[in-house]
Design a binder for this molecule. Structure first.
Ligand code: ZN
Length: 124
């Protein structure tokens, strides 16, 4: 008997900043490249930092490796798309995913690889 994999609830995408900004909620400075939450088109100044958007436990996984992305989606309970504005295409492009750290740990173990610049491994 086959059981359909439970699909996690669709989460709103988050955005990687191109320019430095500040969190609308807690005023924390956000460097370019910071992942924040906001509603494009509505009011892009109303950004929420990862802490305020409850995304602290999540880790960024850059797209590029289809196998890794697929595994991350399978292992992580929460999967959030990360988009970034492209000056070239004048549109938001998908650059990766936010997934749970434990999902990335599991991929590293199973594929016997090490992801460089892991966020959680930098906090010491
Ligand atoms: Zn904040």
């Amino acid at each position: 008997m086959t059981e359909k994999a439970k699909k996690p609830a669709k989460e709103t995408p988050v955005y990687s900043l191109v320019r430095a900004s500040r969190c609308y909620n807690c005023d924390a400075k956000q460097e370019p490249g910071s992942i924040v939450k906001f509603e494009p088109g509505k009011d892009e100044r109303e950004i929420r930092c990862r802490k305020c958007a409850s995304l602290e436990e999540m880790e960024f996984l850059r797209s590029g490796n289809a196998k890794v992305t697929q595994m991350a989606k399978k292992y992580s309970q929460r999967v959030v798309l990360v988009m970034q504005w492209s000056e070239l295409w004048k549109t938001y492009e998908r650059i990766g995913l936010l997934v749970e750290s434990q999902a990335i740990d599991r991929i590293e173990k199973e594929l016997k690889i090490r992801f460089e610049n892991r966020e959680t491994k930098q906090i010491h």
